[in-house]
Design a protein around this ligand. Structure first.
Ligand code: SAM
Ligand code: SF4
Length: 325
């Protein structure tokens, strides 16, 4: 389905939980966030029905997210149930990787195509500092398991915070040279968390160019209309991606809607607009009525967001973890 700005909406980021076992400084405030009640979270059966209805409206790609999607019980069976529908072209998942190692093979067997894993630093103590409680080793094991299970291309999401260092850059260069991973540097979005003042994407590009590794060359690694601009270094197995939601927003190509764990369709990550699907769904709405709610959310997609590097989004009413990033 096309929105009012002629963008085809075919991608749904589906948050299966608002809960998380980490508290990344830039995502989840340390205080003041209350978890949703279990009864407010859409059941897997409800989510499957919505996927079928939204697929008829043009959604062919789904990314499972959270909170941390792997903390929700039954997630592997849910992946299998989505795959069984055989309606999607692409089913992926974004995770902090901490619980992934023992689940990677099962997720692949259940039909998951690939994973994005958040990893902002390769330094154990800075990792724990950023995530509040995470252990670097768990996430590194998750990455290894994802590669071994074939959940590829594995993409590493690196939010550029003030903790980012030259040592981290050297680690990510090494990963890109030696493994088929796509390391994506993401600008920090000032939407309620802490962690600004990290390097800009332009500074990261300068650091890469100054490292004497050869010229970055544009590379096509994204499936669909991803926001990253991707580049390879000569002879590297993997690639770098640069995601600039703030300094060079990609709204003109936006192809996505988000569904929160409590059943709200969010037309734009950085807007407070939301279309409640859960209440009508639980009140017995027909497929056509649910489809109309989807169409309403598509119609409500704004042309672009208005976030800039120095000013945050003052009326952003959610943490990133509640929307799924
Ligand atoms: N827990 C999973 C994870 O961390 O990958 C999935 C949910 S998380 C909200 C999804 C993505 O949003 C992660 O890659 C995370 O780094 C990113 N994110 C969260 N807060 C952000 C912020 N303030 N600026 C930029 N990216 C952010
Ligand atoms: Fe949790 Fe992911 Fe947010 Fe970190 S970025 S607090 S892992 S939801």
């Amino acid at each position: 389905m096309k929105d009012g700005y002629n963008r085809s909406i075919n991608y749904l980021r589906l948050s299966v939980t608002d809960r998380c076992n980490f508290r990344c400084r830039y995502c989840l405030p340390s205080k003041g966030v209350e978890w949703l009640k279990h009864s407010d979270i859409l059941s897997y059966e409800e989510l499957l029905r919505l996927i079928i209805v939204f697929n008829c409206e043009g959604i062919t790609r789904v990314r499972l997210t959270g909170g941390e999607p792997l903390v929700r019980k039954g997630i592997v069976d849910f992946v299998a149930a989505i795959s069984k529908l055989k309606v999607l072209d692409d089913l992926s998942l974004t995770t902090n990787g901490s619980l992934l190692a023992p689940m990677a093979e099962g997720l692949k067997a259940a039909g998951l195509s690939r994973v994005n894993i958040s990893l902002d630093t390769a330094n154990p103590s800075r990792f724990t500092q950023i995530t509040s409680c995470g252990r670097l080793d768990d996430t590194l094991r998750g990455i290894e398991s994802a590669l071994a299970a074939g959940l590829t291309p594995v993409k590493l999401n690196v939010v550029l915070t003030e903790e980012f260092s030259n040592t981290d850059l050297a680690y990510f260069i090494d990963q890109v040279y030696n493994f088929p991973v796509n390391v994506r540097f993401i600008e920090y979005m000032p939407v309620g968390g802490q962690g600004g003042n990290g390097p800009s994407i332009a500074e990261i590009k300068d650091m890469l160019n100054a490292a004497g590794l050869g010229q970055l060359e544009p590379a096509a690694v994204d499936i669909g209309n991803g926001p990253a601009k991707n580049y390879r270094l000569p002879e590297s197995k993997g690639a770098f991606g640069f995601i600039t939601p703030v300094t060079d927003h990609f709204c003109v190509n936006c192809n996505r809607l988000r569904l929160t764990a409590d059943g709200k369709l969010i037309p734009c990550l950085l807007s407070d607009r939301a279309v409640d699907v859960k209440t009508p769904l639980r009140a017995g709405a027909s497929d056509e009525e649910l489809a109309e709610l989807f169409r309403q959310a598509v119609r409500e997609k704004p042309e672009r967001h208005c976030l800039c590097r120095t000013s945050g989004h003052s009326d952003f009413g959610h943490s990133m973890s509640q929307i799924g990033g």
